[in-house]
Design a protein around this ligand. Structure first.
Ligand code: ATP
Ligand code: MN
Length: 327
């Protein structure tokens, strides 16, 4: 973290974007960063480069954000194959999606050989330390997307994700109600679920599976649940992809429950205008929230310090499996 700070400071001395104010908040935040990131020593190049123009957020602020949330982010993303959205310029101008390791992104950014559908193998990125996360930020990774499986067992799904995607103009209340409906449907099959705002438009309902399930079974179960809800409430829900079907409705996207598919990682920033964060929240918090992008790079580190309890604290403890498949 010292290196981060130093790099930001020296650059700011020579080439201030704006007098006095621009580098100061980032430095203040860096000074307050938790001790466990001091040893990271990741040099951030071009620290003053603007990543989010609407918010005047710089690359060093992005790196500092990831350093601050690293312990939380790793609770989920640790050792999961990653896809990343990298933005070497400003967001929405110059971002690209990267699934495989193409060249080294840092000594703490690892890769694992995983079989592809066509029987070839490919190298997937993964991290297992705060240092790896900050190195990803140095390589301009803004969004991190993870598999519902780990590199240690890529053939089994240990997290189902129901992604609720509202059509244009769907009110937030209906999106929140959709999440509760998915939760209730899961409960009927004895499955507990957890909630996250995507940092974009919708909500994700996440189901841990222990023991992990075959991908085929995970996909079939998720599809069945989505189709059932769409059949029960066709005015609200649709289980078929496509913008048209979604008009005034919510697409219950179950398609992420497939080997190789990904969903945004908890605490990942979004490469969208105002730096929203994909934040895990408690079910009881849902009624106090008014949008999926309510939390940003600026609020989340402070919020984590104030928070007494991780709303996803028990997700890794619970043992629950998919219901036996109807024959
Ligand atoms: P929202 O709530 O706004 O729907 P979200 O995270 O649910 O946010 P997106 O970011 O739109 O939704 O989802 C994109 C999904 O598609 C991610 O899971 C990502 O892994 C996947 N994906 C596949 N290819 C790409 C690509 N080229 N660019 C971006 N995402 C991609
Ligand atoms: Mn979505």
């Amino acid at each position: 973290m010292k290196a981060l700070q130093k790099a930001a400071a020296s650059k700011a001395d020579t080439k201030r974007r704006k007098p006095a104010t621009s580098a100061a908040p980032a430095q203040r935040r860096a000074e307050k960063a938790p001790k466990n990131v001091v040893s990271m020593k990741v040099a951030i190049t071009h620290p003053d480069r603007i990543v989010y123009p609407a918010m005047e957020i710089t690359k060093s602020e992005v790196a500092e954000y990831y350093a601050a949330v690293a312990p939380w982010l790793l609770r989920e993303a640790m050792r999961r194959p990653l896809s990343i959205v990298r933005c070497p310029g400003e967001i929405e101008k110059a971002c690209f999606f990267q699934k495989h390791e193409e060249s080294s992104l840092g000594d703490a950014v690892h890769s694992a050989k995983i079989k592809e559908k066509n029987r070839k193998t490919a190298r997937y990125l993964y991290i297992d330390s705060p240092r790896g996360l900050v190195q990803l930020a140095q390589m301009n990774a803004i969004e991190l997307h993870v598999w519902g499986a780990t590199i240690d067992d890529p053939d089994h799904c240990d997290r189902l994700v129901f992604d609720l995607d509202p059509g244009a103009g769907v009110a937030w209340k209906r999106i929140a109600a959709a999440a509760r409906d998915v939760r209730a449907a899961l409960k009927k099959t004895q499955l507990q679920s957890w909630l996250r705002v995507s940092g974009g438009k919708g909500l994700h309902v996440v189901v841990p599976l222990r023991p992990a399930a075959e991908w085929n079974a995970a996909h079939a179960f998720a599809e069945m649940l989505a189709r059932t809800l769409a059949a029960q409430s066709p005015q609200n829900y649709v289980a078929v992809a496509g913008e048209k079907n979604r008009e005034n409705r919510i697409f219950i996207d179950y398609l992420r429950n497939a080997r190789g598919a990904t969903s945004i990682a908890n605490y990942s920033l979004r490469a969208r205008d105002h730096a929203g964060v994909a934040l895990p929240i408690g079910w009881e918090e849902l009624r106090r929230i008014s949008s999926a992008d309510a939390f940003t790079l600026h609020d989340v580190p402070g919020l984590l310090k104030r928070r007494r309890r991780d709303p996803w604290q028990d997700i890794g403890k619970i043992e629950q499996a998919l219901p036996a498949q109807p024959s």
